[in-house]
Write a protein that binds this ligand. Structure first.
Ligand code: BMX
Length: 305
């Protein structure tokens, strides 16, 4: 008997992926750019369109989103990554659009779970997943449990304090958006991928930017190692997975003070880590996972509409 299909969606600050997934395997997939200026209702309608043609083939859905999910409500931590309205009733809206049960989770948490179950974290107990993408996010699996947290923010590494005076978030000193903004500030119109490409070709201004980002990531990795002592650190995201970026990160890591470093590996599922994790979570495979956060009525009330 074939495994039941799950519709999985990964909605990030740049790209939205949708796929039919069976037991960690992608059966069919579609992608489009995230309409950054559209409304959340438009994003839901967009997911409905991506899933068009698959209706009747899946019996549940999992969605991984940039931002925090608590009690089925979705909000931005950093609206600059994606301007999610505060407390958007994500699960309710998507269940209505798709007519199947939906489970929603943060994108980096989903990717951490995907890598733990089907990717670079197989066979170990504790992993840290970090995505350097539009923003900078993270997910933690400790001793086989996905850490979601009381209010859903566990692993949100981008929101840690920046080490630069005048900058609030660590994310705003190393993310894909930061890389592109630095290039623009230096007079170059290039997205993060193009900046890494230039750095690979030995262009000094680009190498300086990528090295600064990788150096800041290396410093936080060294800190987190003391906190979690993970078996593996898995790097994902469009920026994190660029070979030139990983190479620079490894060089920077060699230069930071750390205890015996954990193995640093690229996400084995690549850009599909979030999709695979969201599908697995929707199928209820996180039998060890922290329960959905228990929120007070007041906190639940933040879910608008
Ligand atoms: C931001 C935050 C995280 C997210 C991370 C990576 C928002 C909208 N997002 O730190 O929740 O995990 O970016 O997101 O506040 P991505 O879109 O770059 O994949």
């Amino acid at each position: 008997m074939s495994a039941p299909l799950t519709l999985a969606v990964d909605l990030g600050g740049t790209k939205t992926l949708a796929a039919l997934v069976a037991d960690g395997r992608i059966v069919d997939s579609r992608a489009e750019r995230t309409a950054r200026d559209a409304t959340a209702e438009d994003w839901i309608a967009g997911i409905g369109r991506l899933a068009d043609g698959w209706h009747g083939r899946f019996e549940r859905a999992g969605i991984a989103v940039t931002g925090v999910v608590a009690g089925g409500c979705w909000s931005a931590l950093n609206p600059g990554v994606l301007a999610v309205p505060d407390g958007f009733p994500l699960v309710d809206r998507l269940q209505r659009a798709l007519a199947v049960p939906v489970r929603a989770v943060n994108d980096a948490q989903a990717a951490a779970w995907g890598e733990f179950r089907h990717g670079a974290g197989r066979g170990v107990r504790t992993i840290l997943f970090m995505t350097v993408s539009t923003g900078f996010g993270g997910g933690v699996v400790i001793d086989g449990r996905l850490l979601v947290g009381r209010t859903g923010i566990a692993g949100s590494l981008g929101q840690l304090a920046a080490r630069i005076p005048g900058v609030d978030r660590l994310e705003d000193t190393l993310s894909g958006q930061w890389i592109a903004a630095q290039a623009a500030w230096l007079g170059h119109s290039a997205d993060a991928a193009a900046v890494i490409g230039e750095a690979d070709r030995g262009v000094a201004w680009a190498a300086g930017i990528v090295d600064a980002s990788a150096g800041r990531l290396a410093a936080v990795i060294a800190d987190l190692q003391y906190l979690f002592d993970p078996d593996r650190i898995v790097i994902g995201g469009g920026v994190g997975l660029a070979s030139g970026y990983l190479k620079r990160l490894r060089t920077k890591l060699a230069g930071v003070r750390s205890h015996t470093p954990a193995a640093l590996v690229p996400a084995a599922l690549g850009a599909d880590a979030g999709i695979v994790g969201a599908a697995d979570l929707a199928a209820g495979h996180d039998f060890h996972a922290t329960e959905e956060p228990e929120l007070s009525k007041e906190e639940m009330g933040r879910c608008a509409g």
